[in-house]
Design a protein around this ligand. Structure first.
Ligand code: SF4
Length: 319
């Protein structure tokens, strides 16, 4: 029997209050990383160029690229590189996207197979111009990659599909190893940071993913340093557990350009460790929390440990 569609309703998102930027603070030492250059990294990089693929790793100038590519893990961006939304922390271009390309999943899967990747994360720009927000492309990529590389784990980092349960269902039918949708920030800052999104809608999407696929792994992430208070982070974490999310990522916000939201503050490594420990007591099966954590950072470990710690279902959800 089909369970009812979960709707997490609250009052309308509160008016955004811009974070008060602190005086310019120098980037702390813990955010500095070694330049990439390992053997596997260089080989993967060569193939990315040769095959003309777009990765978030490169386009977002992710500091973890050396480590991730050395582990044969990468995050691909599908459905073009122009977004229909305009989040205040994100470097991706906003505008009118290119037409939908139905052959993209086949091309991507061929490339992933050639590179012999072991953990693949697929994400996209927001495509509010498409009927199902591009859900068919996500499902197509999972299916095509599995055909060519059955041992690879495929994680999908999806947009909110404007709350469409049909779109979510299309993605879940392809049975990705992990379904990820980032909450990104606390409720108070949502309209400021993510004006096209809704806090409740993100939580409802994750709750619906659990309902539609009770045994699947779900995941979400929060970026810290946009101006949220400590208690607001804890509330967001609790809200994610109410949606029965298994895996949580917490990382430091780094401002892409001067046109983006300022960094309100840098969290210390000790604060990340503390939040990670609190997350585990809340019932997440895996929490990746560190200044350099991105939603796909160490994704290969997240899939393994979260699944291993989850015999017969997820831990209790706090009330
Ligand atoms: S953390 Fe994600 S985006 Fe960054 S390099 Fe690793 S896979 Fe790519």
């Amino acid at each position: 029997m089909a369970l009812p569609l979960v709707q997490l309703t609250r009052s309308a998102d509160p008016e955004p209050v811009p974070p008060q930027p602190q005086p310019l603070i120098r980037k702390p030492s813990w955010l500095k990383v070694k330049a990439p250059g390992g053997e596997t990294y260089l080989r993967v990089k060569g193939m990315m160029r040769e095959l003309g693929l777009h990765t978030v790793c490169e386009e977002a100038r992710c500091p973890n690229i050396g480590e991730c590519w050395e582990h044969k893990a990468a995050t691909f961006m599908i459905l073009g590189d122009v977004c229909t939304r305009n989040c205040a922390y994100c470097a991706v271009a906003h505008g009118t996207p290119a037409p939908f390309d139905p052959v993209e999943p086949v091309r991507l899967a061929e490339a992933v197979a050639r590179m012999g990747l072991q953990h693949v994360v697929i994400t996209s720009v927001d495509r509010d111009d498409l009927e199902h927000g591009g859900a068919e492309a996500f499902a197509g990529c999972v299916t095509e990659i599995r055909k060519r590389l059955p041992a690879a784990t495929v994680e999908v980092l999806i947009p909110d599909f404007k709350g469409s349960e049909r779109a979510l269902g299309i993605v879940l039918e392809s049975e990705p190893a992990i379904l990820n949708h980032n909450l990104e920030t606390c409720e108070r800052l949502y309209r400021l940071a993510r004006p096209g999104g809704r806090y409740d809608r993100a939580l409802a999407l994750l709750a619906n993913a659990r309902r539609l696929r009770p045994d699947g792994l779900t995941k979400s992430g929060i970026i810290l340093g946009l101006g949220e208070e400590w208690d607001e982070v804890l509330t967001a974490m609790r809200d994610l557990r109410r949606s029965d999310v298994n895996i949580l990522t917490l990382g430091q916000y780094l401002r892409p350009t001067d046109a983006h939201l300022p960094i309100a503050r840098y969290y210390t490594p000790a604060e990340f460790t503390e939040l990670g420990e609190i997350g585990m007591t809340m019932g997440f099966t895996h929490v990746q929390a560190s200044p350099l954590t991105r939603s796909s950072y160490h994704a290969w470990e997240q899939a393994e440990t979260a699944a291993a710690r989850r015999p017969g279902g997820s831990a209790a959800i706090p009330t």
